[in-house]
Each structure stands twice: as C-alpha cells, then as structure tokens.
Design a protein around this ligand. Structure first.
Ligand SMILES: Cc1ncc(COP(=O)(O)O)c(C=O)c1O
Length: 285
C-alpha cells in the first residue's frame, strides 16, 4: 500500500482527495519541497525545511507546522515505507477558498500533502558516460528562488530537452547560464569549481550548498560567480545537481562534446565525497 499524508491523516493514495476549489489546483498557489530519505533517514532535512519556510514566507502563507511537527510528519511516513531510498514530496497550498479569486482569501487553512516515491538508483551508464544537455532560453518568471508548484515553464523546458534526447535543459538569460530546468549548474574552469550565485533567478538548491560545503571542507577551490553561456562551451566539466539525481556530469552540450566527452576528474572526486557523506548519514544511529 502506498500511503500518503493529507491534512493530518495518513491514508492510501487512492483515497486522498482535495477539493476542486483548492487554490493549488485552480491557481498553482502553493510551494513544495523534495527531500531524499536514505535507509529511512531524511537527508539535509533542516536545510529543506528552512527553504520551505522561506518559500512560504515569500508568498504570504503562514507555515502550518513547526520544525518539530514537520519532522514528525515526514519521519512517520518515511518509516512506514521502510528502508529503501525515497524522495519525499511535500506540498503546501494556500488552501480551499469559497470561490476562485486571485486575491488571497481572508480565512483559509493551508492544504498539506506529503507522498513518498522510490528513488531509482542512478544508472551505471550515466556514471560512465555522463548525460546530454541542451541550452534553452529561460522563459520563467522573476522569483525562481521560490520553490513554487507553478511549474509550467519548467515543464515546457524539460519536455523540450526530453524531445531532444537530452537529460536536462540549461537555462540562459541575458547571455548567462543560470541553472537547469530542475537542477543547479556547476562548471569546472582552470581547476576551480564555479556555480552561479544565489539570486531570484535560480533555486537555492540544497544539493548545490552541500557540494560547496564538501568543496570547502576538502580544500577544493570554488567560486560563486555568474557563468556566461560562452564559458559553458569551453568548460573543463559541467555538472547538474539535485536532491534526487545528486551530481550528474554533462558530457555533451548542444551536440558538442564537453572537453573529452567523459565525466571529469573533479566530478569523480566530488561524487565520491558526496557518497561518503551519504553513507555517514545512513550509518548514524
Ligand atoms: C529549478 C531547480 N533548480 C535547482 C534544483 C535543485 O535543488 P535541490 O538540490 O534542492 O533538489 C531543483 C530541484 O528540483 C529545481 O527544480
């Protein structure tokens, strides 16, 4: 049975129903998080809950739960699912209003939904050969720092990448490469890891921050600075990071090989550090 959490209850997914007047359904008025759980343990939970709190604050929804309450809700659902690896999807919408109206309703209770989906292991061929990406114009809005459920632009961009047999679209605005449609961007240039700085043009990725933390702790040179599209084409390495896909090496971009077309030495080192970090978490009591 695949059970989910909806507004205080745990129930089979087939029985979980939300009103058609929910503002998430009608207006995309809500935010979400995706949190990995390895061997029953939530990964970087505090960082995800902090980002959730920021997203909620940015759209004027009072966080319906304390940090401790979230922890209990999420951990309970994960524990019920067992010790395989899961991505925990949590969504908070502004709630169900009496009628469809853009203006925030006065009294409304947020809808809280959580579900677990298995994380498929990363394909060996990806680790060996890397993935393909294409560059596309960033057609999104000006608050990409909010993890909003309103994902139409991302959906279109990701589909365009899929139709081009690419794993991801790297988004370009004013000549700058910002992030992927569902991932953050890193390049390696002259022996240094570079990622665009946080701004309202990209999501402050939890995996991004962990990669920077691992670089810092392990003495790997890094810099947060804007990345020009032209630099992508000349990069030693390109990586894409996200909670469910970890760190992917991009070995082909817009039909051209990235460097020698193989996952690079910096990536091999970083993915190893990332895996070690994950392993430590799994072994923690
Ligand atoms: C647009 C976008 N950027 C970056 C990320 C990576 O964020 P995280 O590492 O927190 O999963 C995601 C994740 O879904 C995303 O949708």
């Amino acid at each position: 049975m695949n059970s989910v959490y909806l507004n205080g209850k745990t129930l089979p997914i087939e029985e979980a129903c939300v009103s058609v007047l929910d503002r998430g359904f009608l207006l995309g008025d809500g935010v979400y998080e995706v949190i990995p759980a390895y061997a029953g343990k939530l990964f970087r939970l505090d960082q995800h809950l902090e980002r959730l709190n920021n997203s909620l604050g940015a759209i004027g929804i009072i966080n319906p739960h304390t940090h401790g309450e979230w922890k209990t809700i999420l951990q309970k659902l994960v524990t019920e699912h067992g010790t395989d690896d899961y991505s925990v999807y949590l969504q908070v919408t502004r709630g169900v209003a009496a009628k469809r109206d853009h203006v925030f309703p006065e009294e409304v209770i947020p809808t809280v939904f959580v579900m677990c989906n298995p994380i498929p292991p990363v394909d060996d061929t990806i680790l060996q050969y890397g993935v393909t990406a294409i560059t596309l114009d960033d057609i999104r809005w000006k608050r990409c720092d909010i993890k909003a459920i309103t994902l139409l632009a991302n959906v279109i961009l990701k589909q365009e990448a899929h139709d081009a047999d690419a794993a991801e679209a790297i988004l370009i605005k004013d000549g700058m490469a910002l992030e992927g449609a569902a991932s953050n961007l890193f390049i390696v240039m002259k022996g240094k890891i570079i990622t665009p700085p946080k701004s309202n043009q990209l999501l402050p990725g939890v995996t991004r921050d962990l990669v920077l933390e691992l670089a810092e702790v392990n003495g790997i040179p890094f810099k947060e600075r804007p990345v020009m599209k032209q630099e992508l084409l000349n990069a030693q390495e390109i990586w894409l990071t996200s909670s469910t896909r970890e760190i992917l090496p991009v070995t082909k971009l817009d039909n051209e090989r990235v460097n020698d077309g193989k996952p690079g030495a910096f990536w091999i080192n970083m993915i190893d550090l990332y895996r070690q970090y994950k392993q430590q978490l799994k072994e923690m009591a």
